[in-house]
Every structure is written in structure tokens, then in C-alpha cells.
Design a protein around this ligand. Structure first.
Ligand SMILES: Cc1cc2nc3c(=O)[nH]c(=O)nc-3n(C[C@H](O)[C@H](O)[C@H](O)COP(=O)(O)O)c2cc1C
Length: 253
């Protein structure tokens, strides 16, 4: 070993190098955070627009922002079904975690496997003048491996589907992950999710759907399909948006 190559020197170089790298990585993470938040927000808007049938796919930031001007964002108190003033910086996922703002679900209530939900939820309206044209609901529930997040857009009868778009899930690509496939998504428009009494009735079936209350399940992914059905039954039911949807149907909202 030459005089210059002492183990101490090697250790010093390694320590300095890791310090420099960690500073660079932390700095990049802090710098990029606002941009990541903006991208997340843009993605949320894009998916709402796709569910509502106002955008096919993609769209530049300017296009999404322009189209989203048609969308009104509101906050609903789920137990009352009333629109309330949005708390400052309302974030439904954060509210679902906070004991002051969440509701812990009983085993019987928790058909979607979410354990807790926020007492308040976002809803989105697209209007034609003063008339409600589309109501868009955020929904989430457990599949086989993951919580799956989507937007369900309904006509003002709150029964007829305009579109259904999943945007975040961790199911297996090619199996449960097919819930994000545009061809499966195309099966949803015009399906009827509620019965005459306003109760959730939509079913995901093995094979081909036979009527307007059924949608083809994903082949080889019955467990994810069950998760989708349970998610919709929870969020369209009494403990989800049920009371709010009843008010929309009655023309009170
Ligand atoms: C590696 C692996 C990944 C799987 N991923 C999923 C999945 O994401 N969603 C799902 O429902 N089933 C998944 N399955 C299959 C389920 O275990 C189960 O067989 C299937 O849901 C039954 O659906 P079928 O009755 O339509 O065949 C996976 C199986 C394996 C081996």
C-alpha cells in the first residue's frame, strides 16, 4: 500500500461523499415538492374531467385548467347529505385519518374495506347554465392488494353513469390493474347504479353483463371486481353519498 492510500483517508472520502449526496438528494426533494403537489392536483382535475366525459385522455396543463373551469368543487357533510362550507385546505384523505374529523366504520358498515372515512367529502358539479348536468363523486375501496381510488360521474338522476375512472390502485397489472383499461372503462356509461328506491344495485358479473344493472367483471380478477362492486355499494349507500344523492334527486341541491 502506498503512503497516500491509508484506510482513514478512504473512510473520510466515503463519509464526505455520502454527506454531499444526502444534502443534494434532500435539497432536490424539498425543491421538487411544490411541483409534485401541482402535478398531483393537475392529475386529480384530469381524472375528474375524464370521468365526466369532458376529456378523452391526457391533455396539456393549459387544456385541463381551461376545461376544469366548468367544474364546481363542493364539500358535503355525508351524514346530513348537505353541502357545507369547505374547511380551509380541506383534504379528504387527511380528514379520514384524523379522529376529530373521521368516522370509524363498524365491521357491518365497512363493506368497502376502508376502516374509516372523512365525515366530509368532496363532490364536483358540471352545470349547464343553472341546471345540474353531471355530479362526480370520489370513491375508494379495497380490491385484492390495495385501496383503489376513482371518480364516478352520474347524471342528475344520480342513477345513470356518465363515466367511471380509476386513477390510483396497486392491483396486479394485467389482472386487477385492468380497472384502468379504457376498454373496461367504456363498459360503464349508461349503466344504472341504483334501483327505483335509490338503493345501490350495480353488480360486476363473471362473463357478460345481461342488463343495465350489470357490468362485465375483469376476467381472472374476480377479487378486484368484488372490490369495485363493494366500493360502489358503500359510497352510493346510506353511509356514503346516499343522503346527498337523495337530495339531488329531490331537486334540493
Ligand atoms: C401473482 C398473482 C396476482 C394476482 N392478482 C390479482 C389481482 O390483482 N386481482 C384479482 O382479482 N385477482 C388476482 N389474482 C388472482 C386471484 O388469486 C384469484 O384467482 C382471482 O381473483 C379469481 O378470479 P377468476 O375467478 O376471475 O379467475 C392474482 C393471482 C396471482 C397468482
Amino acid at each position: 500500500m502506498s503512503k497516500k492510500e491509508s484506510p482513514i483517508k478512504t473512510i473520510i472520502v466515503a463519509v464526505v461523499l455520502s454527506l454531499v449526496c444526502s444534502v443534494v438528494v434532500s435539497f432536490a426533494a424539498i425543491q421538487l415538492k411544490p411541483q409534485q403537489e401541482l402535478n398531483k392536483e393537475l392529475d386529480r382535475k384530469r381524472n375528474i374531467l375524464i370521468a365526466a366525459g369532458l376529456l378523452e385522455q391526457g391533455g396539456t396543463q393549459a387544456e385541463v385548467e381551461e376545461l376544469f373551469k366548468q367544474v364546481e368543487t363542493h364539500v358535503v357533510d355525508l351524514s346530513e347529505g348537505e353541502i357545507v362550507e369547505a374547511p380551509k385546505d380541506f383534504n379528504q384523505r387527511k380528514f379520514a385519518k384524523d379522529p376529530d374529523t373521521n368516522k370509524v366504520l363498524t365491521g357491518k358498515e365497512d363493506i368497502a374495506g376502508i376502516k374509516k372515512r372523512s365525515q366530509l367529502a368532496n363532490v364536483y358539479f358540471v352545470k349547464d347554465g343553472d341546471k345540474l348536468d353531471t355530479v362526480i363523486l370520489p370513491v375508494h375501496g379495497y380490491g385484492l392488494w390495495s385501496t383503489m381510488y376513482g371518480f364516478l360521474a352520474l347524471e342528475p338522476d344520480t342513477t345513470t353513469v356518465v363515466g367511471f375512472k380509476y386513477y390510483e390502485q396497486g392491483e396486479t397489472a394485467g389482472l386487477g390493474g385492468e380497472i384502468e383499461n379504457p376498454s373496461w372503462r367504456a363498459l360503464w356509461p349508461d349503466k344504472k347504479v341504483l334501483n327505483e328506491q335509490g338503493e345501490p344495485i350495480i353488480k360486476l358479473v363473471k362473463g357478460s353483463a345481461q342488463n343495465e344493472h350489470q357490468v362485465d367483471g375483469l376476467s381472472g380478477a374476480t377479487l378486484t371486481s368484488n372490490g369495485v362492486e363493494n366500493t360502489l355499494h358503500y359510497w352510493l349507500g346510506e353511509d356514503g353519498f346516499g343522503p346527498f344523492l337523495a337530495k339531488v334527486r329531490a331537486g334540493e341541491i
